[in-house]
Structures are given as C-alpha cells and as structure tokens.
Design a protein around this ligand. Structure first.
Ligand code: HMG
Ligand code: MG
Length: 298
C-alpha cells in the first residue's frame, strides 16, 4: 500500500525563531512568513502568545499576524499557553491554536511552570472556547521520547497524556522529540502503542534534528505506519529555550526533498523554501543547519 501524501506544518517562524539569540526584526519575520506562504505549504505556525518574559523572541507575534499577507488556503497558527494567550491570539486573528504540554514533569515545569496535570487543567477553557468558535486546535506533547532533564521517556509515560487530551476533545496531536534524540527504534516503540489508541490521521510528528535522525524517523513513520503529519522548520533553525542542548527542527526543505525523492506526492516548492531560508539566514548571524540551504538545485 502506498503511504498517504504527507501533510507538512511549518514551524520555523515560531519554533525556529524562538531560540535565536539575535533579535530578528519584525519586517524580516513578516517577509519570512510571506515567502513560506507562497511555497505550497498549507499551514504555518507564525508566532506564540506566550509570556514575553519567558520568550522575548515571540513578543511581537501580534504584529507579525497584523502585517502578514494572508494567502487563501494557508492556515496561520500560533502557540497558546493559557486563556490570556488565547485572548491575544484571537485579537490577532489566528487560524488555529496550539496548546502545549509534555510527557515529562521536569521539562513541563521548566517550560511552562506547572505540572502536566495543571497544564491540562489550564487547557480546558482554551479548548472549550476554541471549540465554541470552531477554531481548529492542536496539542503538542513535548519530550515524548527523551527529556533533557529525565532522560529516556517510555511510551507508557506518553499514553496517559494522550488519553487525557483526547478525552478533552483534542483531535490533533503533535508528538515532540524535543531534544532530537529519538531513533527509528524509538519511533516504532511509541507508534506501536499510540496507534492502538488514536487514529493515524490525528498524529503529527515533530522531530528536532540534533543527532541527525529526524529524516530517518519521519520516513520510518510514513513508510511503516502511514503517519502523514510532520512538523519542520525552514532552514532547520531553532530549538526550545527550556530544552538545553536541543538542536533545531528538521529542516522543511530537507524533509520535503526526502519525501519527494521517496515517491511521495508533494506540492511544496523546495526552491521557494530555499529562498525563504536565505532571507531569514541574513538576520540570524550564523549559517543555518539545513543541507539544502547549501545546495543549488538544478
Ligand atoms: P507563569 O509565570 O507560571 O504564569 O508562566 P503567570 O500566570 O503567573 O504569569 C506570569 C507573567 O506572565 C504575568 O506577568 C502574566 O501577566 C504574564 P507579570 O504580572 O509578571 O508582568 N503572562 C502572559 N503574558 C502574555 N501572554 C500570555 C501570558 N500568560 C501569562 N499568554 C506561562 C506561565 C505559560 C505563561 C510561561 O511559562 C510561558 O509563557 N512559557 C512559554 C514557554 C515557551 O514558549 N516555550 C517554548 C515553546 S514550547 C516548545 O518549543 C516545544 C514544542 O516546539 C514541541 C517540542 O519541540 O517538543 C512546542
Ligand atoms: Mg519544537
């Protein structure tokens, strides 16, 4: 059976830029999102309505949303940690909200200053409000394979978090390898358990690429399990400020190239992703890790 067409979620403007030491100007963020919007990508996480003290890099997300040139057929989403974040996000006219928790307690405390149970309590009114407004929503589960503080995270730590989110009506899960350490073996171990509980269409995988295994992981999930949802960040930049040692997300241009080369039906133009990457690279003060940012395609 041919695996389904991949569905890519671009997280570069959020996950990619949230950990950059140098401040990226607002106009560059807007131009980055606009170029990504014209690449064939259908969903772009364009910012985060989190505490500006926690992540100053995302403090101007409301202005990013106000200034982007929204393309029809493209969904512009944002991270929302609580009701306050949702209010700000609704004012900014987001097209989709993303709540976020974790499978390891220590990471969750460091990242959002509460336990996993408390974070899910905080999401309840956010999920209810999004539901009432018919606003699409996803929930991230970070550290679903490894935690920067607790080490290996077994699938049986992820399952209860998945169950609680699904019980609240969450229909889309993004399962995070926050520190980019998972291998195909770990991906199989989790999917063997997870896909007995949730439909494969509900699952997105969010691989950081610290150890260079993200593309192998994504192709394993797609080929062997029929998972079609993948998050990635153009240029492969970023990481989480509360996950020490985490590399950037797998680069979108590398992932798209890998899927196309493996025979997937892909509607995203890799050259346009390269253009978006070159634009943002000028503002970072360092080279981007993606392979395809260094290759001229013919
Ligand atoms: P807290 O300190 O526990 O919350 O932070 P609080 O309610 O006591 O508020 C503290 C201050 O923040 C107050 O301001 C609030 O008004 C303000 P003060 O009185 O001190 O001036 N505040 C807000 N301001 C703006 N927007 C808001 C908001 N909420 C409170 N929404 C909180 C809890 C969750 C807010 C904080 O810890 C936070 O914002 N954390 C965000 C951390 C973050 O963004 N991490 C990176 C994203 S997650 C990630 O990268 C992983 C992922 O990519 C998947 C993966 O790779 O695994 C998704
Ligand atoms: Mg991430």
């Amino acid at each position: 059976m041919t695996p389904p067409a991949p569905r890519f979620v671009e997280v570069g403007p959020r996950d990619g830029l949230q950990n950059e030491p140098r401040a990226v100007p607002l106009e560059a963020k807007v131009a980055f999102v606009n170029l990504l919007s014209r690449s064939g990508l259908r969903e772009i996480e364009a910012g985060a309505f989190v505490s500006p003290k926690a992540v100053p890099q995302m403090a101007d997300s409301d202005q990013v949303f106000a200034r982007i040139d929204r393309q029809s057929g493209v969904l512009y989403s944002a991270l929302v940690p609580n009701e306050r974040g949702l209010e700000r996000a609704l004012e900014a006219k987001i097209g989709k909200a993303a709540v976020f928790t974790a499978a390891s307690e220590t990471f969750n405390q460091k990242n959002i200053n509460c336990s996993i149970t408390e974070s899910i309590e905080r999401f309840k009114p956010v999920i209810q409000r999004a539901d009432a407004l018919r606003l699409p929503l996803r929930a991230y589960i970070s550290t679903a394979f490894f935690c920067p503080y607790e080490g290996y995270v077994a699938p049986d730590k992820v399952v209860p978090v998945v169950d609680r989110l699904c019980a609240l009506g969450v229909k889309e899960l993004s399962i995070g390898d926050t520190i980019g350490r998972a291998s195909p073996k770990d991906v199989r171990a989790l999917l063997d358990v997870l896909l007995k509980r949730v439909r494969v269409e509900c699952v997105f995988l969010h691989f950081h690429d610290t150890f260079g295994m993200a593309i192998a992981n994504a192709l394993t999930a797609w080929n062997e399990y029929g998972v079609s949802g993948f998050d990635a960040s153009t240029g492969g930049v970023g990481g989480c400020p509360y996950a020490p040692g985490a590399g950037g997300n797998v680069a979108m241009e590398d992932l798209v190239f890998a899927f196309a080369a493996s025979g997937a039906k892909v509607d995203v133009d890799v050259r346009k992703l390269q253009d978006a990457g070159s634009l943002i690279e000028k503002h970072l003060g360092h080279l981007m890790p993606s392979r395809l940012s260094k290759i001229a395609l013919r």
